[in-house]
Design a protein around this ligand. Structure first.
Ligand code: MV4
Length: 450
């Protein structure tokens, strides 16, 4: 192998920038931290070997500015770019430009990103490869009104209309009955055109009380593909995950292997490369594919703790052309891991609470990991998402992981800004949560802090 990542640009910010920096240190790769004017004084920026200011605070003018990111890689003589999550991480045009500029993009091929970014293409691809999908239109809904109405009644109400350009909850509308169908289609396609520049819609049977379970995969460019188990991400609010865990409670080893092997075979057929996540809804004992994410995810640490695999290092290694050094038989799942996302926000109103952290104490002890870029006197900027860190705990079983999480959150102290720690403590006290297997509606039905 003659490709060798020597210096890597971290095209992201916050905790994931720090996480990528740590992986690079382990791999002896030099780092370039990119930052906006608002992130100039962040500690992780100084921890990097070099840093480049790529623009004003607005993400559009900095972290989303492809030309600035690529120019920063050029001026620092880097040879790889890691996009993290969010921002440009799933932008196929960006991945393409990175490769055309002769940098290594840490992620799958641009065509793969493009395929998965278009939800209709993604679902069609998955269905053709044997991945279970939700009964629905199998593609764009018919133009013809009569055909549309007939198809809708065949699928059955309630239905969910989804924009092909959407994802993550954007561009969706529930349709309860036939009388509402045509108006819903008109409204949703207008909104989709305005939001995504693409008015294609598809429809699915609406699942009433699913769990959100996802499968982590890892693939090299030589056709070696592994699944690293599942994560339950059902504890969410307005499509923002709040707590994730691995393994998902109540899924049998047989069912996990079965769905895992389906994901692995699919990756082999599409020559997938890098880390990836197959998102499913799980209801009545069945998995239904909804979307695939082609990036490293916020919740990757729970998988790291149960498998012992450093996903970010592996992601960089396979992007660098290395062959995976282990097989599926080497992947085991030890104990249980839970992640609480710590946001700078009011725990009751969810209104963001940026500002200076007057004092922070980071918890520790057995089975406690904290991924955070925050520190005493850190100023949480108001321009980006409000994630200031993640507390991840591991235990021999779910009960021990939960107990360690309660202890860690009790120990953690953040002064000067509000955080959602009280909300996490309330969830951990909830009997339904303690039992495990809550559906995606759990949090909105359960909001009472203290
Ligand atoms: C659904 C669904 C119910 N039935 N599809 C929301 C985000 C997007 N990724 C898919 N989403 C959903 N699709 C059918 N046919 C319910 C949701 C959904 C959801 C899914 C995953 C995680 C959180 C969610 C919150 C609300 C709705």
């Amino acid at each position: 192998m003659n490709r060798r990542i020597r210096k890597l640009v971290i095209a992201n910010r916050g905790e994931i920038a720090l996480r990528i920096l740590r992986a690079c240190r382990q791999l002896d790769i030099l780092t370039v931290a990119l930052h906006s004017e608002a992130d100039h004084d962040a500690k992780y920026v100084r921890l990097a070997d070099e840093s480049v200011c790529i623009g004003p605070p607005s993400a559009r003018d900095s972290y989303l500015n492809m030309a600035s990111v690529i120019a920063a890689a050029e001026v620092t003589d880097a040879n790889a770019i890691h996009p993290g999550y969010g921002f440009l991480s799933e932008n196929a045009d960006f991945a393409e430009q990175v490769e055309q500029s002769n940098f290594i993009f840490v992620g799958p091929n641009p065509e793969t990103i493009r395929t998965m970014g278009d939800k209709i293409t993604a679902i069609t691809t998955m269905r053709n490869m044997g991945v279970p999908c939700i009964p629905g239109s199998n593609g764009t809904i018919p133009q013809n009104r009569d055909e549309l109405i007939i198809l809708a009644s065949q699928i059955g109400y309630p239905l969910l209309l989804k924009a092909s350009g959407g994802g993550g909850g954007k561009g969706m509308r529930q349709v309860l009955r036939e009388q509402d169908l045509l108006e819903a289609v008109e409204l949703t396609s207008k909104e989709a055109l305005a939001a995504f520049g693409n008015d294609s819609l598809y429809m699915e049977r609406y699942l009433q009380s699913p769990r959100h379970i996802e499968i982590q995969v890892l693939a090299d460019q030589y056709g070696n593909v592994l699944h690293l188990g599942d994560r339950d991400c059902s504890i969410q609010r307005r499509y923002q995950k709040v707590i994730e865990e691995s393994l998902a409670p109540g899924i049998s080893d047989e069912q996990r292997s079965e769905i895992g092997e389906i994901c692995v075979n699919t990756c082999k057929q599409m020559q997938y490369k890098g880390v990836g996540t197959f998102e499913f809804l799980f209801q009545d004992g069945q998995f239904y594919f909804i979307e695939m994410n082609t990036r490293i995810q916020v919740e990757h640490p729970v998988t790291e703790l149960v498998t012992g695999i450093d996903l970010v290092q592996e992601q960089i290694l396979v992007a660098d052309g290395n062959e995976l050094g282990f097989g599926q038989q080497d992947v085991g799942f030890t104990g249980h891991a839970i992640e609480c996302r710590i946001n700078a926000e009011d725990p009751e109103t969810f209104i963001p609470s940026p500002g200076r952290i007057a004092r922070i104490h980071i918890p520790g002890g057995p089975g406690v990991r904290v991924d955070s870029h925050a520190y005493t006197n850190y100023n949480v900027p108001p321009f980006y998402d409000s994630l200031i860190g993640k507390v991840i705990t591991h235990g021999r079983n779910r009960k021990e992981a939960m107990a360690r999480m309660s202890g860690a959150l009790q120990e953690m102290q953040v002064e000067g800004i509000k955080t959602n720690i009280p909300m996490h403590q309330s969830i951990l006290r909830n009997q339904g949560f303690q039992q495990g297997g809550c559906d995606i509606h759990f949090l909105k039905n359960q909001i009472d802090v203290d």
